[in-house]
Structure formats: structure tokens, C-alpha cells
Design a protein around this ligand. Structure first.
Ligand code: 8YV
Length: 328
């Protein structure tokens, strides 16, 4: 119904059921939800219980983002909830098992952000291996005229790259790195029949045979610390780790220890275990590139994510289904 002129307001179309905003959202999405759907906002802190006592019964749809999500305890306070509409492809903050048990639809925003996240992953590979951010800091600090050239870095072209999670984003990263004549291998829960890339049965086997390990797997309990100390040790002192997925996939403490001990060459990270907190130890290292979770953060992609979020909400309000459902 986005872009369709309806005489009935969208709030009316919910037949008394309300839309609830959970967590911070893109400002223009918030504006639309308030103006056109009369959406409620879940308060933080002490007011929350009182709010849920007063409004929990009326909520039929939640709009949230991967940053916040809807856990089982919030779901339990929303007895008429029919849909969790998630802004973002990752939905690890929403309890999809609890949703499935109650027949609550969960949607995400796949495809529209694939290119931007893949672009950023390749940017991180190049920046980390070529030391671009570090060299830029070197210039800004006025060190060039004093110290001459910074240390030499590593060539990207032709390197062996292992991708954990060869889904939409992982495949788009592989496609781009083929342009750098990289040899691509991957690890997934299951081997992909017909894939042009070689399959490794486990993350350590994958890490053992590559120069760069790129994480593009989804977050959640199934992948928590999938890249643990053993995997990082297998990547080795010449190896680079790139993560554009979720911080939870990596044992961050082990990563820091191995980087500090020179047992890894470097890391490019867009995601962290406890965002927005980035450990001081990482911030002090010059061989890591640290980004504030900006994989999808372009005007075009965020607009497309917003449009798909509203399409999902509209579809749910119209017929009880969603356009891009996720399954546990
Ligand atoms: C967003 C993301 O920053 O889509 C995802 O899973 O991690 C990012 O695109 C995030 O979801 C917005 O909250």
C-alpha cells in the first residue's frame, strides 16, 4: 500500500490493532510510522511495564531493527502480536523460535543491502591488507616528512580468500574478489551443490588454507563463536580476519589476544561483540580497521530497506502475511 492513495488511514486499516515501534529506527521511518500508522513507541526503562499493561493487548505488529529486536519476554506481553517487521537483513535479536511457536510472522530486508555490504567488505579487505587507514593516520599526524615511508603492506590481488557464510552477501563478496583474481573457498552449514568455490567442512579447515577469512554468516546462537581461538590460530600470523556479519560470530577476546601476540596479521571489523562498545585494546592497534557497523549505511540502501520494511508492514496489515519472511 506504500504510495497508494487510500481514503482510509493506515491506522484505521488495523481495525483497532496498533503498530508498536521497538528501539531506535531510521528517522524518516519513524515519521511515517507515527504520521500514517499512528504507531506507539515502546518506552525504555521503568515506564515499560506500565506501558505494556496499558497497550500490550492492542499491539498486532512490531517494527524494530536488528539492533533491538523482540525477545520472548516482550513477545509474551503482546498477546495479539502477528508480525515482527525487522529493518535489516539480520534478525538475531528477535526470538524467531518463540515467534514460530505462536505463528507470529517475522520479516527482514534481504537483497536490497547485499551490494553495499559486499562493497564494504571488499573495502575492508583492501584497507586492512594495504594499511590505508593506518597510512592516512600517518600522513595526518605529520609523520611522512619526519619518518619517510610507512612499512610495506600486503598485496590483495591473487590472495586465497575463505568466506564463512556463502549466502547472498557472501556470494556478492566472492563475485567482487574474483575481479582481484582471488581464489575463493567457503564454509557453510551445508555444501552448496554446483558452487564454483571449494568447500571446507569446518571453519578451522577453511582458515588453515587461506590468507584472508571473511565472515558473512548470520548471527544468532547457531553461529556464536563459530570463529573461535582454534579457527583464528589456523588463520595464522600471516592471516587477516574481516567481519561484516555479527560480532557474536567471533571470540573477540581470543581475537584481541592473538592480534596482540602477533599471531594474526590484522583484522577489518564492521561489527563487534558489544556494540557500540569497541574494546580499548582494539582501538590501540594500528593493524586493525574499525568501523561503526556501517555495512548497509548508504542513502540508497537505507531508503530501500525502509521501503521494504513498510511493504512488509502493509502486506501484514492487508492480509496477515509478509513479503520477505524469515524462518527459524
Ligand atoms: C543494519 C545490519 O545496520 O541488516 C543488517 O542486519 O546489520 C545492518 O544493515 C541494522 O540492521 C540496522 O539496525
Amino acid at each position: 500500500m506504500v504510495g497508494v492513495d487510500t481514503s482510509e488511514s493506515r491506522a484505521d486499516s488495523t481495525r483497532g490493532g496498533r503498530v508498536l515501534r521497538v528501539g531506535p529506527l531510521k528517522p524518516s521511518l519513524t515519521e511515517t510510522l507515527v504520521a500514517e500508522y499512528d504507531a506507539l513507541e515502546l518506552p525504555e526503562g521503568d515506564d515499560r511495564d506500565q506501558f505494556l499493561d496499558a497497550h500490550g493487548e492492542s499491539v498486532i505488529a512490531v517494527v524494530t531493527s536488528g539492533r533491538t529486536g523482540v525477545d520472548a519476554s516482550l513477545m509474551a506481553r503482546l498477546p495479539r502480536l502477528g508480525a515482527v517487521v525487522n529493518f535489516g537483513v539480520g534478525y538475531d535479536t528477535t526470538d524467531v523460535d518463540a515467534a514460530a511457536e505462536r505463528g507470529i510472522a517475522v520479516s527482514n530486508t534481504p537483497d536490497v543491502l547485499t551490494d553495499c555490504v559486499a562493497d564494504l567488505a571488499v573495502g575492508l579487505v583492501i584497507d586492512t591488507m594495504r594499511g590505508m587507514s593506518s597510512a592516512e593516520r600517518f600522513v595526518r599526524a605529520g609523520r611522512w616528512p619526519v619518518e619517510g615511508h610507512p612499512p610495506l603492506t600486503r598485496q590483495v590481488t591473487g590472495k586465497r580468500v575463505g568466506i564463512i557464510g556463502l549466502g547472498r552477501i557472501g556470494s556478492a563478496i566472492a563475485e567482487r574478489l574474483k575481479g582481484f583474481r582471488c581464489t575463493i573457498s567457503y564454509h557453510n552449514r551445508n555444501e552448496i551443490p554446483g558452487s564454483p568455490y571449494s568447500y571446507a567442512a569446518g571453519p578451522a579447515e577453511l582458515a588453515d588454507g587461506v590468507d584472508v577469512l571473511v565472515i558473512a554468516a548470520s548471527g544468532g546462537s547457531g553461529t556464536a563463536h563459530l570463529v573461535d581461538r582454534t579457527v583464528l590460530e589456523a588463520l595464522g600470523p600471516q592471516g587477516y580476519l574481516i567481519n561484516v556479519a555479527r560480532g557474536s560470530v567471533v571470540d573477540e577476546e581470543a581475537l584481541i589476544e592473538l592480534l596482540a601476540a602477533g599471531k594474526l596479521a590484522g583484522a577489518g571489523l564492521d561489527v563487534f561483540a558489544h556494540e557500540p562498545h569497541v574494546p580499548e585494546a582494539l582501538r590501540a592497534m594500528d593493524n586493525v580497521v574499525l568501523l561503526p557497523h556501517v555495512g548497509s549505511a548508504t542513502v540508497q540502501t537505507r531508503d530501500a530497506m525502509e521501503a521494504l520494511t513498510l511493504e512488509n508492514l502493509d502486506r501484514f496489515l492487508a492480509d496477515g502475511t509478509v513479503v520477505t519472511p524469515v524462518t527459524p
